[in-house]
Unconditional design. Structure first.
Length: 124
């Protein structure tokens, strides 16, 4: 489903499952992490390319925020627009998905649009 937000539209997927009894939600998270919408495909090779090309680790950006309850329930979201604080510095991170028919200038501009939306909130 595409959900509209003030700055962008996002494809949102809700996935539900019943795991076999011998598995826990943490097993599922470990197997699915990081999300394919963040890494690209094929996943393992895409992650190798990311490590080769990106000068810094992604840390919380493009990670996941959520909860995992004692009874095994889990709900997570991928952190695609993120503010983090490291050693007293605030970092604003955003990105976009590049696919075969992407228009690179438009994707590049969309990344700035996403960051600007966050930065304007900090000015208030």
């Amino acid at each position: 489903m595409v959900e509209p937000f003030p700055a962008v539209h996002h494809l949102v997927s809700t996935i539900t499952a019943q795991l076999p009894e011998q598995l826990h939600a943490s097993d599922l998270l470990r197997a699915a992490f990081p999300g394919g919408s963040i890494t690209g495909a094929p996943k393992v090779r895409a992650m190798e390319i990311i490590d080769e090309l990106e000068p810094q680790r992604r840390n919380a950006w493009c990670g996941s925020i959520g909860y995992l309850s004692f009874c095994g329930n889990m709900d997570t979201s991928i952190t695609i627009r993120t503010l983090t604080t490291i050693n007293g510095q605030i970092y604003c991170s955003a990105g976009g998905g590049i696919v075969a028919d992407s228009q690179e200038e438009a994707e590049y501009q969309e990344t700035f649009d996403k960051v600007n939306k966050i930065l304007r909130q900090l000015e208030k």
